[in-house]
Design a protein around this ligand. Structure first.
Ligand code: ASP
Length: 452
């Protein structure tokens, strides 16, 4: 049994949904299908999820949200008529959207998540209806009924382990199951959504729960690329990549998958195939546990901005037992996650995301470090970007750091920090935000010379 997830661009129009249904029916093992909400049809278009959020926000600010919801309804009506569906298939969708818009807004989190989930719920209904229209035995399944139980964190829910056992029952359902991504229910029956982009999370959970032979993730590119096509013209395609390589690259801004989305399949050891709905014949990218490393030690290069460094120094820090723990405890108390901790003999830097470290947090943390740890020097540098060079072959290839730093020198990029993770599957460089594009381009030219 294969589990296939289709992203928003694959559900954006009737023409796209026809392609999706062709793909589903082309392989009888594709029996569990996860769909996103209709995405953008053109670069200027608005995703249905964003329209739903606008409608919800209108209601939360005491407007009626009718205009925004009208746009959502129009999208579904247009798709349904393009698919040649009957009024009987459209009426329940319109009724569902109306019902959600009129829901009680007293619990804002619940209301917002109920609205956001309408995108996926109704695109799954439409897809199932269209498959039935074509004579295929397809069924919409509600995540609550199927057993998708999530933590009570609106907009940021996580799957609870008991879900896996319950969702396993999906294996035994007849025909093709069309499952909406992005949402589930708490134990108490409250609707909650994953973070944005969370249909990928649903797909991976279901693949793990039913022990799928393959988790196919259909999107709108032929494969994962070795670097961002925004920066590199026609970057090298990646045929095969390991989970940990993908994790490192996703961390550093590869937008192929939601960060959390691989965890369930990694734990279950289920291979993933990234494929293109618009070109299903292309072989795509396979994400696997292990792979043969060929001549190229580097698989990809990625970068992400928005970090800052909190630098702390104290003479004889290395001799002082508990200094590091007490320093990190301050971040823990302030609920600021730390990302990396490069260190010297008498100094430690804590790298955090700027999103978690506004100026008020900075003032509190710095005051506490000075008082509680009696540090000699404490300072903060903002505007740091992290650049990652990733590849399983890196651990046994000599001279990669030299090549990377030579590339930076040539491009005039100043290095703020270097860190080779203990896994040796990646090297990380800290550079100033404004140098980040040059840093990526220079590394790409160095490690993928023939493709440039
Ligand atoms: N529709 C949701 C979003 O736009 C979830 C998803 O597409 O994965 O974030």
């Amino acid at each position: 049994m294969k589990t296939a997830k289709f992203g928003g661009s694959s559900l954006a129009s009737a023409a796209q949904i026809r392609k999706v249904c062709d793909i589903i029916t082309a392989d009888t093992s594709r029996r569990l299908i996860i769909v996103s909400a209709p995405g953008k049809r053109t670069a200027q278009d608005t995703k249905v999820t964003d329209l739903l959020i606008q409608a919800a926000e209108a209601r939360l600010t005491h407007q009626d949200g009718e205009q925004e919801m009208g746009l959502v309804e129009a999208r579904y009506v247009e798709i349904a008529s393009g698919l040649g569906l009957e009024q009987d298939d459209v009426d329940p969708i319109i009724a569902d959207l109306r019902h959600r818009l009129q829901a009680d807004t007293a619990d804002e989190g619940l209301f917002l998540d109920t609205m956001k989930a309408a995108g996926e719920a109704n695109s799954a209904r439409l897809t199932a209806a269209f498959l039935r229209h074509r004579g295929v035995d397809a069924h919409y399944v509600d995540p609550g009924e199927a057993g998708m139980i999530l933590s009570d964190e609106p907009g940021n829910a996580r799957v609870l382990t008991q879900s896996y056992g319950r969702l396993r029952g999906l294996r035994d359902r007849a025909g093709i199951t069309i499952f909406p991504g992005f949402f589930g229910y708490t134990e108490a029956g409250r609707l909650v959504t994953f973070p944005r982009g969370g249909s990928d999370i649903t797909g991976a959970i279901l693949a793990a729960a039913v022990d799928a032979e393959l988790y196919e993730n259909f999107t709108d590119v032929d494969s994962v690329f070795a670097a961002s096509p925004r920066l590199i013209d026609a970057p090298a395609p990646v045929d095969e990549i390991t989970y940990r390589e993908m994790r490192e690259l996703s961390y550093a801004g590869f937008s192929v998958f939601h960060d959390e989305a691989l965890e369930p399949v990694v734990r279950a050891g289920i291979p993933v195939a990234v494929k293109n709905t618009n070109n299903p014949a292309a072989s795509g990218t396979r994400i696997v546990t292990t792979r043969q490393v060929g001549d190229t030690p580097v698989v990809g290069i990625a970068a992400t901005a928005g970090f800052c460094t909190v630098y702390v120094s104290r003479y004889l820090m290395n001799r002082e037992i508990g200094f590091g723990r007490r320093l990190l405890e301050i971040f823990e108390d302030e609920a600021i996650p730390f990302e990396h901790t490069p260190s010297g003999i008498d100094n430690l830097s804590i790298i955090v995301r700027e999103d978690f470290f506004d100026h008020a947090a900075e003032e509190r943390v710095l005051r506490r470090i000075r008082h509680e740890l009696d540090a000699d020097e404490v300072s903060v540098k903002r505007g740091l970007a992290l650049v990652m060079v990733v590849g399983e072959g890196m651990s046994h290839t000599v001279g990669l750091a030299a090549r990377a730093t030579a590339a930076f020198r040539q491009a005039g990029v100043n290095l703020e920090m270097m860190n080779q993770g203990s896994s040796e599957v990646s090297m990380m460089f800290g550079v100033k935000d404004h140098d980040v594009d040059d840093a990526v381009c220079s590394l790409y030219t160095e490690f993928f010379p023939s493709d440039h």
